[in-house]
Write a protein that binds this ligand. Structure first.
Ligand code: AMP
Length: 395
């Protein structure tokens, strides 16, 4: 069984072809600057061959065609016939209220994805083009949609309803949805597997350029830090996370910004980038902090503190914690981040082993023997999770 996983971003397309017999990646790649000048792709196959080229891609349809050509290429391709692909799993950003599980794609599913354009205006339209292009180019191959919001659909109303007039929820679907669901689910499943226990109170921390925390009980999400959009919650690379909503009116009046300018500031110029004025990349900010840059140190301190506060809130939501798991770029690779966050959690009985924590990109338990809460690092693999979900559905 070979599954092609497609992740169409606003101007990019990431892909992997995965052999599900042994869950190995046969080929993977990235098309960038789709619809912009100088678009290009990078393709790698399992034997390490790497091809990087400029290629004209006016839209995601052109990009999907390039992906298929790459997979079939006579020199560096990994399949001889498109029919070798058994199914395509599409990452779809926003499933709104419609989807709590991955689904086989039909007209109804496509209509619902279109209905959610307003909730995911940068991603859902590209996701749908990816789906429709695959339907045209591979009409006999099953297509599956895996939603970033689906895992969070088990949240109770008290966690997902905003304290706004109720009709905005009823009429406009304004509520909390949560994101990074595929990653939180992957990590939760891995933790259950490691501990051989499906009845855990678990907090997963997906800490990357975008970051979110998720409270999980018995493998089901009960709360998460992102909301209607990915802007809510933690301070992130460039997103502000939680702020007093009155700041929007202040910025409009005092700086004369219009609503789109404010939206751009909150999404792209805030967070660790905005506070440090160094970079949105945590590696640069960590380096600047080591060189005693005051704003860089402050940005990191705010990031850690906010994350620890969410873990505290979710300890209350879950009435205790058995396990905390760190994942994604920063969660997997920054011992400093994990240690700084865990240092806030001694009151919960969290104790980490500094030596075990001194590791990057590996699955490892970092709590010590005395810790009342187990703490793990689990590298996430959203593409593999999408491929597994796709396989489960087509079987
Ligand atoms: P992601 O969004 O999951 O791809 O994570 C990307 C972020 O992870 C980058 O912006 C970096 O800030 C962070 N990151 C990756 N590797 C490291 C590292 N070795 N140390 C600190 N931060 C890292």
């Amino acid at each position: 069984m070979k599954i092609l996983v497609l992740n169409c971003g606003s101007s990019s397309l990431k892909y992997q072809l995965i052999n599900m017999e042994n869950e190995t990646v046969m080929a993977k790649g990235l098309c960038e600057r789709i619809g912009i000048e100088n678009s290009s792709f990078e393709h790698k196959n399992f034997d390490g061959q790497k091809i990087k080229k400029e290629a004209n891609m006016k839209n995601h349809e052109d990009a999907v065609k390039i992906v298929i050509n790459n997979l079939l290429d006579e020199n560096f391709g990994v399949i001889k016939d498109i029919k070798e692909i058994d199914a395509v799993g599409h990452r779809v950003l926003h499933g709104g209220k419609y989807f709590s599980e991955p689904v086989l794609i039909d007209q109804k599913v496509k209509d619902a994805i279109r209905d959610c354009f307003i909730l995911g205006p940068l991603h859902n339209p590209s996701n749908l083009i990816g789906i429709e292009t695959c339907e045209r180019l591979m009409p006999d191959i099953k297509q599956v949609a895996v939603f970033d919001t689906a895992f969070h659909q088990t949240m109770p109303e008290k966690a997902f309803i905003y304290a706004l007039p109720y009709e905005y929820y009823k009429e406009n679907n304004i509520r909390r949805y949560g994101f990074h669901g595929t990653s939180h689910k992957f990590v939760a499943m891995r933790i259950s597997e490691i501990l051989q226990n499906n009845n855990l109170k678990l907090i997963t921390c997906h800490l990357g350029n975008g970051s979110s925390v998720c409270a999980i009980k018995n493998n089901k999400c009960v709360d998460t830090s992102m909301g209607l959009t990915p802007l809510e919650g933690l301070a992130m690379g460039t997103r502000c996370g939680d702020i007093d909503p009155a700041i929007i009116k202040f910025l409009a009046h005092q700086k004369n910004f219009n609503i789109d300018e404010i939206d751009n500031i909150l999404n792209k110029k805030s967070g660790v980038l905005g506070i440090s004025q160094v970079s949105s990349d945590f590696r640069d900010v960590e380096k600047a902090a080591q060189n005693n840059n005051y704003q860089a140190k402050l940005a990191l301190e705010i990031f850690y503190y906010r994350c620890a506060k969410y873990i505290g809130a979710y300890a209350a939501a879950l009435n205790g914690i058995d396990v905390i798991a760190f994942t994604a770029g920063l969660g997997e690779n920054s011992p400093e981040t994990r240690e700084a966050i865990c240092n806030y959690l001694n009151y919960l009985g969290v104790e980490i082993d500094k030596e075990k924590n001194n590791s990057r990109g590996k699955e490892v338990e970092i709590s010590n023997q005395n810790s009342r809460v187990k703490v793990f690092v689990v590298p996430t693999n959203e593409e593999l999770m999408i491929a597994r979900e796709t396989l489960n559905l087509i079987k």
